[in-house]
Design a protein around this ligand. Structure first.
Ligand code: TYD
Length: 135
């Protein structure tokens, strides 16, 4: 799909006295073809995850449980998004630097991706990321 800006996604909520339900589907609530889903959990207090950018990969990040902050950098400015609702997600296009921090106890970060895992797609050095953005 190739969006180049961060999108805030509100997933459908089926409210029910027995407990609520939310969902997403390929190319519907998730704006791309889903190729991989992974999750980050049991994060010790004060730890960061995911300090890198992707050359091609797009992703949606959801706080399925608990809360954490996503710090997103476009090469010029930083934006911090706090995730603390399981029906809410953030779409991050390729070529944005991002890391996750400030995890609450029992936080679970669900990451939905449009690519299989590929180390070649990672940019793990912030200065290289900024040069890459300018080139
Ligand atoms: P990585 O994305 O580098 O996490 P972080 O940026 O938080 O350090 O993933 C850590 C390791 O996990 C990576 O070196 C390889 C492995 N990994 C997979 O095998 N498959 C995956 O889908 C992901 C996301 C990671």
């Amino acid at each position: 799909m190739g969006n180049k800006c961060i999108l805030h996604l509100d997933f459908p909520k089926i409210l029910d006295e027995r407990g609520n339900l939310s969902f997403f589907e390929n190319n519907n609530q998730i704006p791309f073809d889903i190729k991989r889903v992974y999750w980050i959990y049991d994060v010790p207090g004060g730890e960061h995850r995911g300090g890198h950018a992707y050359k091609m990969q797009q992703e949606v990040i959801i706080a399925l449980s608990g809360s954490f902050d996503i710090v997103i950098h476009d090469g010029q400015k930083e934006t911090v998004v706090t995730l603390n609702r399981s029906y809410y997600g953030v779409y991050i296009p390729s070529m944005f630097w991002r890391h996750l921090e400030n995890f609450s106890t029992n936080a679970v970060a669900l990451i939905v991706s449009d690519m299989p895992y590929s180390e070649d797609d990672y940019i793990r050095d912030f200065e290289s990321f900024k040069s890459y953005k300018l080139s």
